[in-house]
Ligand binder design. Sequence first.
Ligand code: HEM
Ligand code: HEM
Length: 321
Amino acid sequence: MSATSLNSTPYNAAHHRLTVVAACFVFLLIVVGALVTSTDSGLSVPDWPTSFGSLYRLPPMSGGVKFEHGHRMLAEFIGLLTIAVAVFTQKVDGRRWMRILGWSALGTVIAQGILGGLTVLFYLPPAISTAHATLGQTFFCLMVSMAFFTSRNWVRQPEAVVGNSARPRLTTLSLFTVAAIWMQLVMGAAFRHSGIRLLPHIVGAVVVFCMVSTLALLTIRRHRATPQLAKPAAILLTLLLVQVSLGLASYVTRVMWSPGAPAPLVSMIVCTVAHVACGALVLVTTVILATQIHRHAETAAYTESMANNHVVSKVEETVHA
Ligand code: HEM
Ligand code: HEM
């Protein structure tokens, strides 16, 4: 990744604002989706793509229907927003990889909508519900990344050059940490939709805790003076602690208190929805931190190689002279 290929577009405030709005709505949709699951409202609207036989008529928004139909309406709106993001990006963004990202986001939201419909049509099979939950989180990462890549800081700010030679390398560790969190989300979703037992998720929590805290603490220790790295690392550490606490609260309310309850407990709904939402924030913050580490550390390599090239050409010039 060279500095030129990352920054060859002017800052466009309207484009950035649109991506920020889209990312915020996707976060809201994750919360509403989690409410659908936690309140057991997944089959409150039994048909799809119609709702109670109609594509446009609003059903009575009571009971589980308000969550399930509300989730569908918000998803449709976000589908439209994503079309706007892809088209706007195609028109104004000079970076080819960003235009690809815009169309990928559109492809992802379509696949996500289809998975949502299929899980209803097949009565919430664990595999499809888990895939829907996981792709939802992945889509959120795509949208937040687009908002980040269109920000003034990303487009205009010069790269801060940081060393990346100390072991473990932050570039490598950050990639493995993103992968570990993503797997943790898959296992959390698989348990939540009754596909597997809780144990793999608990083991995953220990692994994720160790990896995330190592990544964040090493980043802060090594790059305290580089806010582009130290800030997301500090936020990540805080989110991790909140997430583990919410995980424990979800365990108590869902696994210990819920069996035998006549209706979903309010405490369980609050804890599990917050745990899903905070899981999305942990994933996305790690993605941003990994991106920043790669940007600034790679720039160091790039700068070094540019400097080397410069020295080589100077030597060549001297030799020729
Ligand atoms: C932009 C598109 C969408 C996103 C980002 C999204 C996201 C989510 C999320 C994050 C959950 C919670 C999963 C969990 O708590 O484990 C969920 C649940 C759900 N979504 Fe979506 N969704 C989208 C579109 C749709 C559509 C179009 C439908 C159509 C029916 C749908 C139906 C459902 C259902 C039924 C559930 C509950 C699944 C269950 O309890 O097993 N979603 N969604
Ligand atoms: C370390 C970081 C952790 C992350 C990133 C994480 C993430 C998640 C996510 C995203 C889900 C829901 C997935 C979905 O349906 O979309 C989930 C479910 C769950 N997690 Fe975690 N989790 C973590 C730690 C923990 C811990 C320490 C515990 C408890 C000891 C825990 C207990 C649970 C439980 C009980 C559920 C299922 C909730 C339900 O059935 O409604 N998690 N986790």
